[in-house]
Design a protein around this ligand. Structure first.
Ligand code: ADP
Ligand code: MG
Length: 485
């Protein structure tokens, strides 16, 4: 089982191995209520998450839930009664934590509009387990997973080829990436217990805070305005130029400036004759355009996708979503051009982080990768839905010194759909295995390379008849695959 607390949505999923060479994914998603993102107490948010887990279990695992929640009533923690009846849950928590164990990590800071000071410095697994226990759910938080790590994991299973993905990256509400690093290259002292048998470790870069000093990042007055009125001014400066939560707001700030400018007639007609729809443009007073965060990035995808001569789809969307009525063709063209500039800048900046990891990995000149693609798993609504986002990333990768045309051809960027959730469920499985294995047995496995490790995990899955390539969604008619190749 896995839960995924992103910046916008909370997802709950469970994966069932069918034994007939498929596995089913039951899945639910709710928007996180805005007021809980800035709640007074951590328990306000975490109690909401526990309630959602309960609803999910009732809906998708009714029998198991009834039977075992009754038994759980009699014990205060999931360790207190027969263990195999407890769902092992991977907890994808997409905020910076100091992780000191497989299911233990202290929150460093909130990002993406969240601000609950009470939670800072606390173990987020314990916060969730506490609320789960209050509801007597048969669930144990078995693994704490960053969404980037989940994506890396899911992609390594599903991407074709011998080697796993080298990078898992998120372009959703926020942006971040995790990659595989040699232990010998780590300079930081490591706290807590970890398995060093592969000689490698996954590093969560928290690249959202790259160049907070703005030494190299582009900066406009709108970037400045956005940052100043955010809940975390001065940090996550890279993220604020790249990810879904922010692109719409940058666009909104630019548009408001243009609307206010008397010399420019954006969304304003002299009279109805100057508008090709023969109606005067009006903006409703309660339009999102006048509200902070009132313009969702998804309309930028609509703008980018609309190639009709009259931009009729975008103009319809401006009416229904932003209550801007009868926008002229010129208005829509301006909207599209500005949105595209912001989207393209975001994609090109995304390429900077990806290129840095590719170059740092040395894989472009590694003989082991001679005939293997350099595989990157990505997840998040922005990269999934914004038209040509990956094409624009590649356009920029080709321009990076050390990558170029040839290097870019060898890089494969694939969507790991809901990778953060699926990966967390896989990690929860491994965590459950670790619980049962004795320390001695683990030590006896000796040193493994990353690709040996991946091959071992895959063959274990194969021996259990689990294809890692097909995921059937219970809530959709047709089978979906997690890869898009
Ligand atoms: P989370 O970050 O919570 O895991 P998502 O990956 O779904 O969630 O990302 C949500 C973000 O993606 C929001 O900021 C939203 O504005 C943006 N978004 C949602 N749909 C689209 C779309 N069609 N095009 C571009 N951005 C989108
Ligand atoms: Mg996410």
């Amino acid at each position: 089982m896995a839960v995924d607390l992103g910046g916008t949505n909370f997802r709950v999923c469970s994966i069932k191995l069918n034994g007939d060479s498929t596995f089913n994914l039951a899945y639910s998603k709710v928007a996180i209520p805005k007021e809980l993102m800035v709640a007074k107490k951590a328990s306000d948010l975490f109690a909401f998450l526990a309630r959602e887990i309960k609803h999910f279990l009732q809906q998708h695992h009714g029998d198991h839930f009834e039977q075992h929640s009754r038994r759980r009533m009699t014990s205060s923690s999931p360790d207190g009664y027969k263990d195999e009846h407890v769902f092992r849950m991977g907890f994808t928590f997409s905020f910076p934590v100091q992780q000191i164990g497989i299911n233990k990590g202290y929150l460093i800071r909130w990002t993406k509009g969240f601000d609950i000071p009470d939670a800072i410095g606390k173990d987020v697994c314990a916060l969730l387990q506490e609320e789960i226990d209050k509801l007597h759910l048969p669930v144990k938080v078995a693994a704490l997973v960053n969404d980037t790590v989940g994506t890396l994991m899911a992609r390594s299973y599903t991407s074709p080829g011998k080697t796993g993905a080298i990078l898992g990256a998120i372009f959703g509400t926020g942006t971040n990436g995790a990659y595989v690093e040699k232990l010998s290259k780590l300079k930081k002292p490591l706290a807590g217990e970890y398995d060093n048998s592969t000689g490698e470790m996954v590093i969560n870069t928290e690249w959202g805070s790259f160049d907070n000093q703005l030494n190299v990042l582009p900066n406009t007055k709108w970037d400045d305005a956005l940052d100043k009125s955010s809940v975390n001014p001065g940090v996550q400066m890279y993220e604020k130029r790249v990810s879904g939560m922010f692109l719409g707001e940058i666009l909104r700030l630019v548009l408001v400036d243009l609307i206010k400018d008397p010399k420019i007639s954006l969304f304003r007609d002299e009279n109805s004759n100057s508008n090709d729809w023969h109606s005067t443009t009006t903006i409703a007073q309660n339009s999102g355009i006048y509200r902070q965060w009132g313009l969702d990035t998804s309309i930028m995808s609509v703008a980018a996708a609309d190639n009709t001569p009259e931009l009729s789809i975008l103009r319809q969307e401006l009416e229904t979503v932003l209550q801007i009525y009868a926008p002229s063709l010129e208005d829509a063209q301006a909207f599209k051009a500005i949105a595209n500039a912001i989207g393209r800048r975001a994609a090109r900046l995304s390429a900077v982080a990806i290129a840095a990891i590719v170059l740092h990995s040395g894989k472009l000149s590694d003989p082991a990768y001679k005939d293997e693609p350099i595989d990157i798993g990505v997840d998040g609504s922005l990269v999934e839905h914004y038209p040509y986002f990956r094409d624009m990333i590649f356009e920029a990768l080709r321009a990076v010194e050390g990558i170029g045309e040839e290097g870019a051809k060898r890089i494969r960027i694939g969507i790991a759909k809901d990778g953060s959730g699926v990966g967390a469920a896989l990690i929860a499985l491994i965590a459950a295995g670790m619980e049962s294995k004795s320390a001695a047995a683990t030590a006896a496995t000796g040193k493994k390379t990353n690709s040996q490790f991946i091959e071992e995990l895959r063959s274990e899955a194969r021996s259990k008849d689990i294809p890692m390539f097909t995921i059937k969604r219970e809530d959709s008619e047709k089978a979906e695959t997690t890869t898009d190749e």
